[in-house]
Ligand binder design. Structure first.
Ligand code: HEM
Length: 451
């Protein structure tokens, strides 16, 4: 029988009332975007604030979100301020490009992420997972599942998109990415002030060093491949296609931009989603047993067939993406006046879309903070607004790797669950920290034991 969960997973405290804008520019609120959010945000459709001279509309109404991401999409670009923050790292790659550059790059990469192409990567995904598990202790032990998830997803990205380039599975890379993300809150603030390159604090110095390492390493990968792409893998094809659309120098820079984009966006989000899902399962032993039976049956099938055999695990993963969206917030800038949820929008205004808030909004979800995977049973899903659930964004700029991430996460967890039992250490409570992604501070140590 399906278990009825009363589990309310951990979240940072909210403030009962509105807080002045300046409070968000200091301390924990600056470092952690999901800390201390005012409760009224979870009840209303839109809230407008002035932040350091910018007008920011935080949008919770799904119909208005749909207008921004789809209905009137041409009017809403990635904010110039976010471009300033991102461009030193990902340049003009798919994540930050606009207009024709974006369309060209999206067309180039789209076939790699079509369902049949992703199914062909299933065996690589399973192999990387079992290689990773082979290093786990044989008996019962406390294991940081967030670190293991990073290790496995990094190997998967390196092997399925970059022909297993050893430079991309360097343990140092994970540390550098962590340091960059740790600085994101402070970097956003400095970018708003226009002085991001002048901040001498250790956090920002480490972030700059990490960024330089990533650019240097991925540029070397591009250089070593040469203009013919150096192979038939995703990255080889990307280099050749860019060479057909852009002059050689620009094509080489764009290849490095996209290498960083796919390397970082392609594993960090999924690794966090895995850590949060395993926390939710560790906290609900009965549900874990139920889904283990499904996982054990599924791994009897060839890797490419397993995805369809894991409907319960898929619902559990989707519910975890609701409660812990790995991209807790993303933004747009209005190119021309508009109206959203009854509020006038001026040219240049920022529109902030927070999956973290929308996914826990009290007018959209019944008992929103409670874990209930059955919200994602097909018949209940049909009753939801398409834009009230956006872990992968929406509209034409929806995450290009969504199918890849889903397949990867389910295959990894099927391996984990069919070999090990996961429990919460006594007294342990994870601590969600939001920056560009939503990470568990200090990792996700779980008690892992053989079946
Ligand atoms: C659970 C895992 C993932 C989550 C939650 C996630 C989330 C998102 C979101 C919310 C966006 C849209 C941001 C916006 O509209 O401003 C996005 C875009 C993107 N994601 Fe993902 N992502 C995940 C996995 C992946 C993977 C595995 C890849 C690549 C292999 C990837 C590559 C990208 C790229 C390149 C974009 C930019 C697409 C464009 O602008 O056309 N993501 N992702």
């Amino acid at each position: 029988m399906a278990s009825l969960s009363s589990f309310v997973p951990v979240q940072p405290p909210r403030s009962a009332e509105w807080v002045p804008v300046w409070r968000g520019l200091f301390g924990e609120r600056l470092r952690n975007t999901v800390y201390g959010l005012p409760q009224p945000l979870f009840d209303i459709p839109i809230r407008t604030r002035k932040i350091l001279g910018f007008t920011v509309h935080i949008l919770m109404d799904p119909a208005a979100v749909e207008r921004v991401l789809l209905g009137n999409k041409a009017n809403y670009i990635r904010p110039r301020i976010a471009q300033r923050l991102l461009s030193p790292l990902v340049g003009n790659g798919l994540l930050s490009a606009e207009g024709e550059d974006w369309r060209t790059q999206r067309r180039i990469v789209a076939p790699t992420f079509a369902p049949a192409a992703v199914a062909n990567m299933a065996e690589t995904m399973v192999r990387c997972t079992t290689d990773n598990m082979a290093r786990w202790p044989g008996g019962s032990a406390q294991i940081d599942i967030a670190a293991e998830a990073t290790d496995a997803t990094m190997a998967i990205i390196a092997n399925s998109l970059f022909a297993g380039d050893r430079r991309l599975v360097d343990p140092q890379a994970a540390r550098y990415i962590e340091q960059m993300l740790a600085a994101a809150g402070q970097a956003r603030f400095m970018t708003l002030l226009g002085i991001q390159d002048w901040d001498p604090s250790p956090v920002m110095r480490r972030a700059r060093k990490s960024r330089l390492w990533l650019r240097k390493t991925l540029s070397e990968v591009v250089r070593d491949r040469g203009p013919d792409g150096g192979g038939d893998d995703f990255f080889g094809g990307l280099i050749r296609s860019l060479g057909e659309h852009y002059p050689p120098e620009q094509a080489a820079v764009l290849a490095a931009d996209n290498a960083i984009t796919f390397y970082v966006a392609g594993h960090e989000t999924t690794a966090n989603a895995l850590a949060w899902t395993m926390y939710c399962l560790a906290a609900q032993p009965e549900l874990q047993e139920e889904v283990r039976a499904e996982a054990v049956a599924a791994i009897a099938h060839p890797a490419a067939m397993r995805f369809e055999q894991l409907p319960l695990l898929k619902q559990i993963f989707e519910e975890t993406l609701r409660l812990y969206p790995p991209a807790p917030r993303f933004d747009r800038e209005a190119e021309a006046p508009d109206e959203l949820a009854g509020t006038p929008i001026a040219k240049g205004d920022l529109v902030s879309i927070w999956p973290w808030i929308i996914h826990r909004h009290r007018t959209l979800w019944d008992d929103p903070d409670r874990f209930d995977h059955r919200r994602f049973a097909p018949e209940r899903r049909a009753a939801q607004h398409r834009f009230q659930y956006l872990p992968f964004g929406g509209g034409p700029r929806v995450c290009v790797g969504a199918r890849f991430a889903m397949m990867e996460a389910l295959l990894i967890m099927a391996e984990w669950l069919s070999a090990r039992r996961f429990a919460l250490p006594t007294g342990f409570m994870p601590d969600p920290v939001g920056s560009v992604t939503l990470r568990p501070r200090g990792g996700m140590p779980l008690l892992v034991s053989p079946l």
